[in-house]
Structures are given as C-alpha cells and as structure tokens.
Write a protein that binds this ligand. Structure first.
Ligand code: NDP
Ligand code: MG
Length: 385
C-alpha cells in the first residue's frame, strides 16, 4: 500500500528539537515531506536544511539575510509575524512548533485556527497562553489536534492512550534534578554558566538547559501538563529521578501507576508525535534495563529549588500569573547568560515579578502579550536594566 506522506512545517528547524525532527524525516522519506522550515538567526544552517529537504516555503524570523540565488524560488517569509503566517498559509498537515520562548504562542494559535495539527515542543506557549490554546483544541476530535513533544508530556499522553479513557487521579512528572541536584543552596546561588549548562542526561538548547538547572523547566512543565491534560494543580506532582529513564507516570483511582520508559533521546517523543498513531524507528538505542542498573527516586527540595513552589502558586492564582512567571524567567535566563546576574537571582526575579504583576489578566491574546511585556519590564527593573 502506498502511504500518503504527512507534510510537516518545522518552526525553529535550526534548534535542538528542529534538527532532531529533520533527522526523523531523513530516516523516513517515505512517510514525511517537509512543507516549510524556519530559523531565527542561523540563516546559513537554514539554507543547508532547505537544500537537503526541499520545502516549498521558508522563514527567517530574526534579521533579514541575503537569500542565495539557488533558493530564491521558495515562498519566503520574513520578520516578526513570519511564524504565524507560515503556520496558517503554508499547506501542510502538521506544524511542529520548536522555537524557544513566548515566540511560539502566536504560531500555535494560528496553526490551530487554520485547522492544522500542532506537534508542540514549545512549552512556553502553553504556560503563557494555555487557556487560549486549549480553547482551540477540542478534546472530542477523532484525530488529535495537539500532540505533546516534551518527553514527560509525551510519556503521560502515551500512558493515557493505553488506559482507554479512564480518568487519572494524579500526574507525576519526573525530573532529573539537573546539574545542581546535590549542591547546597549557597553553592547554587553562585553557580557559573558552564556549570549550569552541564546537564547530566540531555543535550538541549541553552535556555531549556539553564531552566533544567534552576528547575524552572519542571515548573513550566507542571503548567504545561495542567493545560494539556485538563488537570487540577493539586493533581500534579514532581519526583526526582536522576537517571531520566522513566519519563513520567500517571496514577489511577485504583492506586496503580502507569509509566513510560526509554533512554533519554528526544527523537523518541518527536517521532511519536510525527508518526502518530504509528511507532517508527528513531535511531535511538533500545532501553536495556540490565545495563541501566538502579533507578532511584527522591522528593524535590523546594528550599533549594523554589521554582516548583512558584509554579504551584502561579497555577493556583491563574490569570496571567503563569505568563508572568514565564516572562520573568525568560528575562532572568537571558541576563544570567549575559553574566549580568547571579544564578540565584533567577528565583528572586521571578518571585518578585509574580508578587508585583501576578494579578494581571490573560483572557485574550492581546492581554497575554500585554502581561508578558509588563512582566519583562518589571523583571528588568528589578536588576536596574
Ligand atoms: P534551541 O535554542 O536549540 O532552538 C530554538 C529554535 O528557535 C532555533 O531554531 C532558533 O533559531 C529559534 N528561535 C530562537 N529565538 C527565536 C525567536 N525569538 N523567534 C523565532 N524563533 C526563534 O531550543 P530547543 O530546540 O532546545 O527548544 C525548543 C523548544 O522546545 C523550547 O520551548 C524547549 O523548552 C522545548 N523543548 C526542548 C527539548 C530539547 O531537548 N531541546 C526538550 C523538551 C522541550 P536560530 O537557531 O536560527 O537562532
Ligand atoms: Mg521535558
């Protein structure tokens, strides 16, 4: 039987997730066709990807670069709104949103309004605008319209599929604990950039790697899970699991928990979302538990990692509080990477921004963007920038 290829647009194709998605396409040329690619600053890498994967459209969301003569025949999109225009205008089945930060929000909304399936890596979109996104994702649709790519959420999604519609009582997100899992609070305050970028299990983009060290990644993922799975804040728990083999768990009314396991390789959840409902090869090694040895677990320490407490507070507060948490964190990570603040200041900036601006509204896209802008200004003002 000849299979109809799924046409995928990849927003943020030059990033860690984007490149791994293209690796999956390259392994399965009979299944996938690339409709569009986008980059922000790495234009040369984008040009190489276009030559290899031959999309009809491409976008550069950052500074405009000179387009090489052999690539001028494509439909080009430039500038700030290029992602949302690609998401809605380019003919395709799936839009993989793998840009980093709030920049992903408008394209998720635009892809859904255009009736496309969203494969979502970009967690910040759901954290900042979860209600708006989920309003565009009917649950009763026969085909899913939003499939998570984040490994924990893919794990939960797979556990729920296996459970055939029975409601969960609890979602348990696993967290590696990052490079500072065993560090003292004092030592974490003054951690250096290279120490924070040294993740024990995953190789990822810079922002999410810093988020993993501060545990703001897990804080964002709690809110992401709340929206994706229609969970109440108190149904979401985090457990530290340093080996990153169990990607997350779901608990049911009988006390039974289902877990999804695999080696830490993002190609598995990316391929799961791309090939849904099929499973396809990914190039990833199969899990060998006899070689993995011990799987261990510990409770998170909210004193050394206040991000988890702030996430719970923001979820319970609702409105724009999660959006403010996200925006302040994006600003703080950027300042840390520019060596303008200490690592420990990230928590302080997010908490103080939430105290000052957590009450804002988030009931429309413009309200979310406004709250995001106000939170960024507030976060910057806290460090005198
Ligand atoms: P990277 O930093 O590696 O890549 C980010 C991508 O987004 C690049 O293509 C980059 O373009 C583009 N980009 C950066 N800034 C902007 C902007 N302002 N507007 C539009 N595009 C932009 O990030 P990751 O791939 O690591 O992460 C992407 C998303 O996926 C994040 O939300 C992250 O939390 C999530 N995620 C990532 C995982 C991972 O393993 N990496 C795991 C789970 C979730 P360019 O490179 O050309 O500048
Ligand atoms: Mg994750």
């Amino acid at each position: 039987m000849i299979m109809k290829k799924r046409r995928i647009s990849i927003l943020g194709s030059t990033g860690s997730i984007g490149r791994q998605a293209l690796d999956i396409v390259a392994r399965h040329p009979d299944r996938f066709e690339v409709a569009a690619l986008s980059a922000h600053s790495r234009s040369d890498e984008l040009f190489e990807q276009i030559r290899a994967f031959r999309p009809k459209a491409a976008g550069l969301s950052g500074d405009r670069a000179e387009i090489p003569a052999d690539l001028r025949g494509l439909d080009w999109y430039f500038g700030k709104d290029c992602l949302e225009r690609i998401a809605s205008e380019v003919d395709c089945d799936d839009v993989l949103v793998s840009v980093v930060g709030i920049a992903g929000l408008d394209s998720v909304i635009s892809a859904r309004k255009a009736g496309k399936r969203v494969l979502l890596a970009n967690k910040e979109a759901l954290v900042a605008g979860g209600q708006l996104v989920m309003d565009l994702c009917p649950q009763d649709n026969e085909d899913p319209v939003l499939i998570p790519v984040d490994s924990e959420h893919s794990a939960i999604y797979q556990c729920l599929l296996a459970n055939k519609g029975n409601p969960f009582t609890k979602i348990i997100l696993t967290a590696s604990g990052g490079p500072f899992r065993t560090w003292t609070l004092d030592k974490i305050q003054d951690a250096g950039i290279n120490e924070a970028l040294n993740h024990p299990n995953w190789s990822m983009g810079q922002k999410i790697t810093i988020d993993s060290a501060s545990m703001f990644n897990k804080a964002l993922e709690m809110i992401e899970a709340r929206w994706l799975f229609h969970a109440k804040p108190e149904q979401i728990e985090v457990i530290i699991h340093p080996q990153s083999i169990i990607h997350s768990l779901v608990e049911f009314v009988d006390g039974v928990q289902l877990a999804q396991l695999g080696v830490p390789d993002m190609r598995a959840p990316i391929a799961f979302a791309m090939a849904y409902p099929d499973r396809i090869s990914t190039g990833s090694d199969p899990l060998r538990l006899d070689q993995t040895g011990i799987l261990s677990f510990e409770a998170p320490d909210l004193t050394r990692f206040p991000a988890l407490r702030l996430s719970m507070e923001a979820m319970k507060q609702g409105g724009a509080a999660p959006c403010v948490l996200n925006a302040a964190n994006e600003v703080a990570v950027d300042l840390f990477l520019k060596e303008r603040i200490r690592f420990g200041d990230i928590n302080r900036i997010v908490e103080e921004s939430l105290n000052r601006k957590g009450h804002l509204r988030a009931d429309s896209l413009s309200a979310v963007h406004e709250a995001d802008a106000i939170a960024r200004e507030t976060a910057l003002s806290l460090v005198g920038v």
